[in-house]
Design a protein around this ligand. Structure first.
Ligand SMILES: Nc1ncnc2c1ncn2[C@@H]1O[C@H](COP(=O)(O)OP(=O)(O)OP(=O)(O)O)[C@@H](O)[C@H]1O
Ligand SMILES: [Mg+2]
Length: 250
């Protein structure tokens, strides 16, 4: 098995939370080789997972550009090995962090490296979870092309539905990024999802989960504890376990 799952959605919708809790639950399964990728240049996933990052994809790129020695070393080794060496090791999973490109200039080459990393490294793992940047950009730039499952995290609001619509619009227009499975995960669910269900019906989408507002997460956030350490009985963790079951992964 080698399954790539991208987690997308509006800013602040809960992408990093969902990626973290999925990582936590799947990391417990000893028979699964798991890779988590922070594709968001804002770099939040390592903190949520409680991991220190030593080397990001953006830093590798910067070294290639600036440092002749590093460039020679990378030439010798080939970029795949450099990527492998930049993987962080967590408890039951590995982590690749894209990071922030330094200085002015465009994000394209970091996105290219990231796409390369996703395509190559994911082959060595059973499951790859990709915490994407907010909005449809990375879907648009095909950073997440060739993925198996696309999850769109959305809050049950009009604005949430609109961003979900814009991501789906991009996919609708581009055959090459159409994943085998695609669905919504409703976060901060309070019992009413009429607005979101209208979008889901329009796009014939599955609902892969409904995650309630969870005071445990709020408390962990407030005290700076990684969400990865949430107890298994936390309502959000229970809800994400159901999502994994729906995806046939748990
Ligand atoms: N179900 C929930 N209950 C309580 N707090 C939550 C819940 N989901 C997410 N949060 C909190 O809301 C904030 C935003 O969530 P998160 O960082 O996961 O969103 P995001 O989509 O990754 O945001 P960004 O677009 O900035 O990367 C975080 O502080 C997170 O811990
Ligand atoms: Mg995030």
């Amino acid at each position: 098995m080698s399954k790539k799952i991208a987690i997308t959605g509006k800013g602040g919708s809960g992408k990093t939370m969902l990626t973290t809790v999925m990582t936590k639950l799947l990391a417990n399964k000893k028979d699964i080789k798991l890779l988590a990728i922070d594709a968001d240049s804002a770099v939040n996933l390592p903190y949520a997972l409680g991991i220190e990052t030593k080397r990001t994809v953006a830093e590798i790129r910067q070294q290639i550009i600036e440092d002749p020695e590093a460039r020679a070393e990378i030439k010798d080794k080939n970029i795949r090995i450099v990527m492998e060496e930049s993987l962080e090791t967590g408890n039951g999973f590995h982590l690749l962090v894209m990071g922030r490109p330094e200085g002015p200039g465009c994000y394209c080459s970091v996105n290219d490296l990231l796409r390369y990393g996703i395509e190559n490294l994911s082959q060595q793992f059973d499951i790859t979870l990709i915490d994407c940047e907010a909005g449809p950009e990375q879907v648009n730039r095909r950073v997440v092309k060739g993925i198996d499952v696309l999850l769109i995290v959305t809050e049950p609001t009009t604005r949430g539905a609109r961003v979900a619509d814009s991501i789906l619009g991009v996919i609708q227009r581009d055959e090459s990024i159409r994943p085998a499975e695609m669905g919504l995960v409703i976060n901060r669910f309070k019992g009413d999802d009429k607005l979101i269900m209208e979008s889901a019906d329009k796009w014939r989408l599955d609902i892969f989960g409904r995650i309630p507002e969870d005071q445990n997460i709020t408390d962990y956030d407030a005290s700076g504890r990684p969400i990865f350490d949430l107890p298994d009985i936390a309502p959000s963790v229970v809800a994400v376990a159901e999502t994994l079951t729906k995806l046939g992964l748990y």
